[in-house]
Design a protein around this ligand. Structure first.
Ligand SMILES: *Cc1c(COP(=O)(O)O)cnc(C)c1O
Length: 241
């Protein structure tokens, strides 16, 4: 689908309204829930349509694709770029150089490289640790019981600002299972907030489970399909770089 069949501005307005409703249902302030527009596989022209509505935070998954888009949009210097995909350590310098946030750190080696490679004149890189909240065998993320140890190591890195945790719970349509995963994330988030300063981001909730995530304290929902339309299978299945 392209912008011809998907009204990006209208979709953003609709998602913002849904966030407001979900927030009100659980007596939260909608301003505490940030919307990250996930633009992976989508063209620069789609990002600009969202930008023109006032939207500034965009999420990308693939290093090469995202660097090309960031360079093409360099004049829009108030865009905040979030890397949310798997990252091989030999590509870390691109994330350190081009991004404002990195949501998918799951081992110290990557965090250390990002800290070492972050430019001296750039603000520290904002980081979330990805948690494999449902302990799925082939999923990225640190195991829940190893989170505190990793966070403690990462919090000492000079060019990194540890902001929170991120998860992609196991795919399920069962509401009670979704709730259990998000509630577990919320408990880990609260535990980390006691120990680490600057810890203000619980990155969870996507197009299909955004409302449940908000119920359980999400402060940043990452929404792709519901804003930009479906991604084509061939691009979606592209091997992450
Ligand atoms: C693609 C992606 C999203 C957005 O998913 P949708 O279902 O399209 O909203 C969110 N988070 C991560 C990590 C993703 O890779």
């Amino acid at each position: 689908m392209t912008a011809d069949t998907v009204d990006i501005a209208e979709n953003i307005q609709h998602i913002r309204a849904s966030i407001a409703v979900a927030a009100e249902k659980c007596a939260r302030n909608a301003n505490d829930i940030h919307l990250l527009a996930v633009s992976k596989t989508k063209p620069v022209s789609d990002i600009l349509l969202a930008y023109k509505t006032g939207h500034r935070d965009f999420g990308e998954n693939y290093v090469q694709e995202s660097v090309e888009k960031i360079q093409a949009l360099a004049q829009y210097s108030d865009i905040v770029w979030h890397f949310i995909g798997p990252l091989q350590s030999n590509k870390s310098k691109f994330v350190a150089e081009y991004f404002d946030w990195m949501h998918s750190v799951d081992r110290f080696k990557i965090a250390k490289r990002l800290s070492d490679q972050r430019g001296p004149y750039q603000a520290p890189l904002n980081i979330c640790i990805q948690v494999n909240i449902d302990k799925e065998p082939n999923k990225a993320g640190v195991m829940p019981d190893e989170l505190i140890e990793l966070a403690t190591q990462i919090s000492s890195l000079p060019r990194i600002r540890l902001r929170g945790i991120m998860a992609i719970p196991k795919a399920t349509n069962k509401l009670d299972e979704q709730r259990a995963s998000f509630a577990h994330m919320q408990a880990l988030f609260k535990q980390c907030q006691q120990q680490f300063s600057d810890f203000d981001t619980l990155s969870m909730g996507m197009s299909n489970d955004m409302n449940v995530a908000i119920e359980h304290g999400s402060t940043m929902v990452r929404v792709g399909t519901a804003i930009f339309g479906a991604r084509t299978a061939s691009v979606q299945n592209k091997v992450p770089q």
